[in-house]
Write a protein that binds this ligand. Structure first.
Ligand code: FCB
Length: 429
């Protein structure tokens, strides 16, 4: 089965935080996260929707109605509030806001602005992602992030979103994990010839269906050629948001593994140069950095090596490493000097007691980093809901809340109350 770190992927010096950066004097954010395509349902104008439909496809199943959060977002916000959290991270879907190039939907801008307003009215800080993996179908068929005008198209979209809702947003993230699918010898999941061919066949089918000779998106194959466009898009997107509201904290979220060198210092340095540092540089003027950690990676002289046998295991055999978030926070802060917002951290498990233990242990690792003086702005758990986990479909269970696939009824799991209890107490002790 495809691991979540493959998501779609098949195929610094210390910098001072700018004066506008929020500091640890602001209330610590305790939150839960979702992303539009994974929960809303019927996101029919998105690139990934099309990839789910074409033949051949690599998706285990289509996203379909997802959690129907497009219509039930008010229940989701109410659950976050009832749990005692004070932040909700969600994403706005570019393909709803700009379903055809240059045609902006005021109705959908209003829709997302209502979510922001409801969060505020409920005392929740809305942490808003502008691009969480998906782009509009027309954008992918136009060449995606490889197209020369991609950064300006993204900045125009950011401007529209900011003008519609920036006053209410707490923290804005331009991109979610744009580094996830940069491949190199240090990658844990390297595509092989067979998976590359399967990805290319899926993309070719989507291109044909779009009447184009291309269909390009992040995380379908090796993203390396797209990175210059993404980095420029981040800069222009941030500038567009800041032009609307200069004091809105803006950053991006990166996939950060807790990398541990086991005789592989040179390989680890090579990973950092390719996988993290270009983003740190593009984020030099950002207000904070979003850190998303799900694992630890042991790096030997020629690449990742097996997790030590002594590592505790989950019931399904995967390494159980809740402390990994502590390592990635320490690394990213040291490398950037930025305040860190944990924008995702979680565990795929059907054993909710395991999730509850994970949450307490992960937060304890965050608290240890804070005690050592690292400015951490908040801890946002992935995910609020069991949802559509990209290639893997609905099988993974990251949610604090179960969702019935037919009635869409939400059932809060005990682990959600563990997180809410910690939030209410202001920490694990
Ligand atoms: C991250 C993604 C998020 C979710 C989790 C499990 O890579 O940002 O959408 O799929 O993994």
């Amino acid at each position: 089965m495809i691991d979540r770190r493959q998501a779609l992927a098949l195929g610094a010096a210390a910098m001072a935080a700018p004066a506008s950066a929020r500091t640890s004097r602001d209330p610590f954010l305790w939150g839960a996260a979702t992303a539009g395509h994974q929960v809303e349902g019927n996101n029919v104008n998105a690139d990934i929707w099309l990839l789910e439909q074409v033949k051949p496809t690599l998706f285990a199943e289509p996203s379909g109605d997802a959690c129907d959060s497009l219509h039930r977002w008010d229940q989701d916000v109410a659950i976050v509030k009832a749990l005692g959290l004070n932040a909700y991270r969600f994403s706005v879907e570019w393909s709803r806001i700009e379903p055809a190039e240059g045609q902006f939907s005021q109705a959908y801008l209003d829709h997302y602005a209502r979510i922001v307003d409801r969060c505020r009215a409920s005392g929740l800080a809305p942490v808003v992602t502008f691009s969480h993996f998906t782009t509009p179908r027309w954008f992918a068929a136009h060449g995606g992030w490889e197209a020369p005008d991609a950064p300006t198209l993204f900045a125009r979209y950011c401007d529209r979103v900011a003008r519609a809702m920036a006053p209410g947003i707490s923290h804005a993230l331009t991109f979610n994990e744009p580094n996830l699918s940069i491949n190199g010898p240090w990658s844990r999941f390297r595509p092989n010839a067979k998976s590359n061919a399967a990805t290319q066949a899926m993309l070719a089918a989507a291109a044909r269906q779009s009447g184009s000779d291309r269909f390009s998106l992040l995380n379908a194959g090796d993203s390396t050629p797209m990175i210059p466009g993404v980095l420029r898009a981040h800069r222009l997107g941030r500038a567009a948001i800041k032009a609307v509201r200069g004091d809105l904290p803006v950053g991006m979220s990166l996939a950060i593994s807790d990398d541990v060198s086991v005789g592989g210092d040179a390989m680890l340095a090579a990973k950092r140069r390719a996988y993290y540092e270009p983003f740190f540089e593009a984020g030099r003027d950002d207000d904070f950095l979003g850190v998303q950690t799900y694992e630890r990676t042991y790096i030997g002289p020629s690449g990742p090596v097996d997790t030590p046998a002594s590592t505790p295991r989950c019931a399904d055999g995967k390494p159980y490493e809740p402390e990994a978030i502590g390592g990635s926070i320490r690394y990213t802060h040291k490398a950037t000097g930025k305040p860190i917002l944990v924008t995702e951290n979680g565990i795929d498990t059907t054993d909710d007691a395991e999730r509850a233990r994970f949450i307490s242990a992960a937060i304890a690792a965050v608290e240890a980093a804070r005690r050592d003086g690292i400015p951490v702005l908040g801890y946002i758990h992935w995910s609020l809901l069991d949802n559509f986990e990209w290639l893997s479909g609905y099988k993974p269970r990251y949610g604090l809340v179960a969702v019935d696939r037919t009635t869409f009824k939400r059932t809060v799991k005990p682990s959600a109350h563990v997180l809410g209890g910690i939030a209410q107490a202001g920490g694990t002790r």
